[in-house]
Design a protein around this ligand. Structure first.
Ligand SMILES: NC(=O)c1ccc[n+]([C@@H]2O[C@H](COP(=O)([O-])OP(=O)(O)OC[C@H]3O[C@@H](n4cnc5c(N)ncnc54)[C@H](OP(=O)(O)O)[C@@H]3O)[C@@H](O)[C@H]2O)c1
Length: 273
C-alpha cells in the first residue's frame, strides 16, 4: 500500500517536472533541429575563395544558397560550377553601398543564415598610409558588416545566425599590416556586441589563417608559391589551408545553436608560431 502511494507521488512529481521543463524557455533544450538541409543561406562573397567554399559545403548539406558579389561574371561562373538554379541564386551588389544592401535583402526575402566573406586586404605602412585607401578598406570590412547586420533584420529568421570573417592579422599583425589588423580586430568587437543585442539570433566570426584563394594573386602575385612554402614549413599542420578546411567552421557556427559571440580561429596553428 505504502509502496503504491510512493509510486503515485513519483509519477506526479515526474509529470510536474515535465510541465515545468516544457513551460520554461530558459531551460529549453537545444535540439538543433534547424539543420542546414532545410535552410536558406546568404553568402556575401560567395563567388570566390572562402565564400565559395562555404557555398559548396552548405549545398552538400542540402541547403539552398544565395551568392552575393559585385561581379556578375564571377557569380555566373560560380553558380554554374555549383548546383545552379533553383538551389543557387545570385545577386549583384556592392555591400559597401547601403542602397545595394537594402535591395539585396528585398530580393532574398526571408532566410536562415547570413555568412559574410566579402572583403579585401591591403598592405601599407603607417608613414605612407593613403587615408582614402584606409577609409575604403574600413568601409569594405566593417561598415559593410554593420549595414548587412542592420538590414538583415526582419528577413533573417530570429534564432538564425550571422557569421562574419576576420583574419589572423587581427592577432598576429605584420609590419605594414595595420589596416588589416584594425579591420579584423574590429569585427571581433562588433560580433560580441551584436551577439548580446540580437539574441536569440546568434552572431559569430571566423578568423582564418592563410588560405589558398584568389586574393593571394593580388596580394603576392608570382611570389605567392614561395611565401606559402615558407609558411607551410612553420605551421604545425605543415600546409596552407583550403577553402574547404575553413568552410567547416562556418557550417559549425550555423548549426551550433548554443554558440554565439565567438571568434573561431581556423589557422593550422598559425597563432602559435
Ligand atoms: N585567403 C586568406 O588567406 C585569408 C586570410 C585571412 C582572412 N581572410 C579574409 O576572408 C575573407 C574572404 O577572403 P577570400 O580569400 O575568400 O577572398 P576572395 O577570394 O578575394 O573573395 C572575396 C569575395 O568577396 C566579394 N566582395 C569583395 N568586396 C565586396 C563588396 N564590396 N560587395 C560584395 N562582394 C564583395 C568578391 O566578389 P567581387 O570581387 O565580385 O565583389 C569575392 O566573391 C576576406 O574578408 C579576407 O580578408 C582571407
Amino acid at each position: 500500500m505504502i509502496a503504491a502511494i510512493m509510486q503515485m507521488h513519483k509519477l506526479d512529481i515526474k509529470k510536474k517536472l515535465k510541465g515545468a521543463y516544457q513551460g520554461n524557455n530558459m531551460m529549453r533544450k537545444g535540439d538543433n533541429t534547424m539543420k542546414l538541409n532545410t535552410s536558406k543561406v546568404v553568402v556575401v562573397g560567395g563567388s570566390s575563395g572562402i565564400g565559395r567554399g562555404v557555398a559548396t559545403a552548405v549545398l552538400e548539406r542540402g541547403a539552398s544558397v544565395v551568392l552575393v558579389g559585385r561581379s556578375r561574371d564571377k557569380l555566373n561562373d560560380t553558380s554554374k560550377a555549383l548546383a545552379g538554379p533553383p538551389r543557387v541564386k545570385t545577386i549583384v551588389a556592392d555591400v559597401t553601398r547601403e542602397e545595394d544592401v537594402v535591395r539585396m535583402f528585398a530580393e532574398v526575402g526571408s532566410f536562415d543564415h547570413l555568412v559574410v566573406t566579402g572583403g579585401v586586404a591591403t598592405g601599407a605602412s603607417i608613414g605612407s598610409m593613403d587615408l582614402n585607401a584606409a577609409r575604403a578598406l574600413i568601409e569594405n570590412k566593417l561598415i559593410a558588416a554593420i549595414a548587412l547586420a542592420k538590414h538583415s533584420l526582419g528577413k533573417l529568421r530570429v534564432g538564425g545566425s550571422i557569421t562574419f570573417s576576420s583574419g589572423i592579422s587581427g592577432d598576429r599583425p605584420t609590419p605594414g599590416g595595420c589596416l588589416n589588423a584594425a579591420a579584423a580586430a574590429s569585427l571581433g568587437g562588433l560580433t560580441r556586441a551584436l551577439a548580446v543585442e540580437l539574441g536569440p539570433t546568434r552572431v559569430n566570426v571566423v578568423s582564418p589563417g592563410w588560405v589558398d584563394t584568389p586574393v593571394w594573386d593580388t596580394l603576392a602575385g608570382e611570389a605567392k608559391t614561395g611565401i606559402w612554402e615558407q609558411m607551410a614549413r612553420r605551421l604545425p599542420v605543415r600546409r596552407i589551408g583550403s577553402a574547404a578546411d575553413v568552410a567547416l567552421a562556418y557550417v559549425f557556427l550555423m548549426e551550433s545553436e548554443f554558440t554565439t559571440g565567438t571568434i573561431l580561429h581556423i589557422d593550422g596553428g598559425q597563432a602559435l608560431v
